[in-house]
Structure formats: structure tokens, C-alpha cells
Design a protein around this ligand. Structure first.
Ligand SMILES: Nc1nc2c(ncn2[C@@H]2O[C@H](COP(=O)(O)OP(=O)(O)OP(=O)(O)O)[C@@H](O)[C@H]2O)c(=O)[nH]1
Length: 399
């Protein structure tokens, strides 16, 4: 099933240029699939192997979490208050809470980068190797929202990032529910464009071997499909689904279409409650992280460079427009930003003499204004609304 091999990977280093970067594992899955239980299991597993992960909870609506988080969206956003204040329902509340949290994404990434590098003040503290992220069960509120995209893009721009799509195996054991789950996974893969591991959870209740077979052997799926069709059992164990001829042929065509998609996936069967399959899961994480570095990183780097270039052009355009609007002429160029002298000289209050001096050099004035504007644009680009108190707050919360 797994299409990649670790041997061709490029080594990735952390901000200090020496340590290997941690892998971010983002757990997504439908409500009740067992994400939180699975998060708890993998967190405990890493603690037991003396490689404690850095854990982040992005589900603002949970009242109880079975694992401890280093960063918890609930510490900075009060989901219930958000619902009240903005007159929102549960899903709107989750999306707005995520939006509010996303305004601090730079600080979150800053904290993660700090934990990914050795701490000179505390040499005994090892940099983390895994960053685990739990997400809301309302998948669309995360995967299809602007804030979800920003959070995932920011994570993937800084670290190898993989998606773990958790599936409730007993509820995906008929051909129709299996196909629905796979289509959902497919849409997440194409939306996030990140390597994906399908985690068939709850294998203590239903073994996931059928899924492995259906994903690797098209004819096996066809046979199961025919069986469901002749027994009028498209709902499988989950219910008494009735199917029409149309349903069968639709599933048939979709399974053909998904064959290519399956090739890009890793799949593992686990039981979050029993702890089986967790080693296989971390093997798959390693493999997908290598795939990220090899296949996804260059594309991300290219896109980032493109974005930077567009931003630069936009800034130049705006600056040029402004200078023209002020009838000062001259072509703006942001390449001059690095050479800006401290602006304070230009900010000094003019002396009475200077004030009355009609001989102010127009050229100097234009350059001074341009330099100040460029410096302010640069400052804006650098800070993106960061608020140092948030970082301190998160630290004080988590220690
Ligand atoms: N038998 C069995 N039950 C499991 C397993 N993993 C989770 N469950 C159960 O499934 C239910 C849902 O688990 P959660 O971990 O809360 O699921 P979730 O995906 O986080 O749910 P949301 O928070 O609503 O998104 C709970 O009753 C768990 O005990 C498993 O491996 N085997």
C-alpha cells in the first residue's frame, strides 16, 4: 500500500541547522471516530519511549480531554462566550474560535520552533520530535475554513506535516460507508495537499483487514459490492441499507477512480483503547514525513517564493501609487528598504530657522518620505500583528 520509501529522503534540519525537525501529525476525523482517544494513545506511547511530544488541541468545544496539551485553544478562546457574543450556533462558534486563534498563529509557530531547537539555557531538555495536533470533529470547520488553511499552511511551512485521518472501522465496513469515508479522505487530501495516513481505529471491534484488501485489490472490492448488491445490504453492519442498480454502478465507478488515490496513502489499523497498531502508525508517520520532505517541500518552497514575490510587487505598486498621488514622482523600489537610515533624523521637530527656510530640498524630502513609508511597510510585514503577551501567556499556562 505504501508507495514511498524512506531511503531517498532529504535530511531536514531545525532552526539551529543541526537537529532534525519534528514531524507535525494533524489528527482529523469525523465526530466519534476516536481522535481524542487516539491522541491520548499516541501521546502516552511517545512518553513511554522517552520522546515526549509537543501537543496542541485545536478543538475549542471539548469539555474534557484525556491527554495534556502544551497549547490548548481553550486557554485563549472561550467557545461558549464566542457563541453568546456573536449569536452563533455550535459550528459557527467553532469556526469563529478558530478564526480568533488563527490571529495568533505566528506566536504559536514561534513557540513550536523554540521547542524544536535545543535550549541553550537548558541543555538537558531535548528538542521534540513530534508535534501532535487534535482538531474538531466537525471536519469541515477545520479543513474547509480559512483559519484551518492558514493553520495548516503555517505548520507545513515550518515543519514536515502529515494528516492522520481517523476512521471508525466498524462504521465503515460496508461497501457504501467505506466508499463515503474514502471520498471524504480524498477531498481532505486534495484540499490540504499534505501526505495522509488513513488510521482505521477501533480494530478491537472490527478488524481492518477488509479495508486493506479493498484498497489494494480492486476485484475484492467488486466482489464485496456484488455481494452487498445481491443481499440489498449497502448499509452493511451499520444499518439495513437498500441499494438500487444505480447505487451499485456508482460505487463501482468511484472505486475505479479512487484506485489512483489509494496509491498515495498509507493505511494502518489501530485500536486506540487497546494500543495495538501504534508502532505501525509511527512507521507510517516516518515514511510520510520523508515523502513530505522529498515531494511536498519543494512545491511549498516554490509557492512561498511566489507569494513573497507577489507581495513585493504589490508593495512596490502601492508605494508607487502613493508617491504619484502626492505628486512627488519617482519610481518606488522596496529594494531600498535595507538601506534605510534611522528615521529619527527626519522626525526631529524643525527649528524656527529651518521652519521658515523656503529652500528645503525637494529631492531630499521625497527620499525621506519614501524611506519612512518603506520602513513602515517593512515593519508591518515583519510583525503581522504579533502580541508578545500571548506567548508569555501560553508559557505561563503550560510551563
Ligand atoms: N472499542 C473502541 N472504542 C473506541 C476506540 N477509540 C475510541 N473509542 C470510543 O469511541 C468514542 C469516541 O471517542 P473520542 O475519542 O471521544 O472520539 P473523537 O473523534 O475525539 O470525538 P469528537 O471529540 O466528537 O470529535 C468513545 O466512546 C471512545 O471510548 C477504540 O479503539 N476501540
Amino acid at each position: 500500500m505504501d508507495s514511498t520509501s524512506a531511503s531517498t529522503s532529504t535530511p531536514a534540519t531545525g532552526p539551529d541547522g543541526q537537529t532534525e525537525q519534528p514531524v507535525v501529525v494533524v489528527c482529523v476525523g469525523m465526530a466519534g471516530a476516536g481522535k481524542s482517544t487516539f491522541m491520548h494513545r499516541i501521546t502516552s506511547h511517545l512518553h513511554a519511549t522517552k520522546e515526549p511530544p509537543y501537543v496542541m488541541n485545536l478543538d475549542p468545544a471539548i469539555t474534557y480531554s484525556p491527554y495534556q496539551s502544551n497549547i490548548d485553544i481553550r486557554d485563549s478562546v472561550n467557545y461558549k462566550k464566542v457563541m453568546e457574543e456573536y449569536n452563533l450556533g455550535p459550528n459557527g462558534g467553532i469556526m469563529t474560535s478558530l478564526n480568533l486563534f488563527t490571529t495568533k498563529v505566528d506566536q504559536v509557530i514561534g513557540l513550536l520552533e523554540k521547542r524544536a531547537a535545543p535550549d541553550p539555557e537548558n541543555p538537558n531538555r531535548k528538542p521534540v520530535k513530534h508535534i501532535l495536533v487534535d482538531t474538531p470533529g466537525q471536519i469541515e470547520a477545520f479543513v474547509w475554513s480559512a483559519s484551518g488553511s492558514i493553520l495548516l499552511d503555517s505548520l507545513a511551512s515550518s515543519f514536515p506535516t502529515v494528516i492522520a485521518y481517523v476512521i471508525d472501522t466498524p462504521r465503515a465496513s460496508s461497501t457504501s460507508t467505506f466508499m463515503s469515508n474514502m471520498l471524504y479522505a480524498c477531498s481532505i487530501l486534495y484540499k490540504t495537499k499534505l501526505p495522509m495516513i488513513i488510521v482505521f481505529n477501533k480494530t478491537d471491534v472490527k478488524d481492518a483487514e477488509f479495508a486493506r484488501e479493498w484498497m489494494t485489490d480492486f476485484e475484492a472490492f467488486q466482489a464485496a459490492l456484488e455481494n452487498d448488491q445481491s443481499n440489498n445490504a449497502f448499509g452493511g453492519e451499520e444499518g439495513s441499507g437498500h441499494g438500487s442498480g444505480y447505487m451499485g454502478s456508482l460505487l463501482n465507478s468511484m472505486s475505479l477512480m479512487l484506485e489512483e488515490f489509494y496509491r498515495h496513502l498509507s493505511m494502518v489499523g489501530v485500536s486506540a483503547t487497546q494500543g495495538t497498531g501504534i508502532d505501525d502508525f509511527f512507521e507510517a508517520v516516518k515514511e510520510k514525513a520523508d515523502e513530505f520532505r522529498r515531494d511536498y517541500q519543494p512545491e511549498l518552497d516554490r509557492k512561498r517564493a511566489e507569494r513573497e514575490e507577489n507581495k513585493k510587487k504589490q508593495r512596490e505598486k502601492e508605494l508607487d501609487k502613493m508617491m504619484k498621488g502626492m505628486a512627488m514622482g519617482g519610481t518606488a523600489s522596496t529594494s531600498a528598504v535595507g538601506d534605510i537610515e534611522p528615521e529619527d533624523d527626519n522626525m526631529e521637530p524643525l527649528s524656527p530657522d529651518e521652519d521658515s527656510d523656503d529652500e528645503i530640498d525637494d529631492e531630499q524630502d521625497r527620499e525621506g518620505l519614501q524611506a519612512r513609508y518603506e520602513a513602515s511597510m517593512q515593519h508591518q510585514a515583519d510583525s503581522t500583528g504579533a502580541d508578545a503577551s500571548f506567548a508569555k501567556y501560553l508559557h505561563s499556562q503550560r510551563g
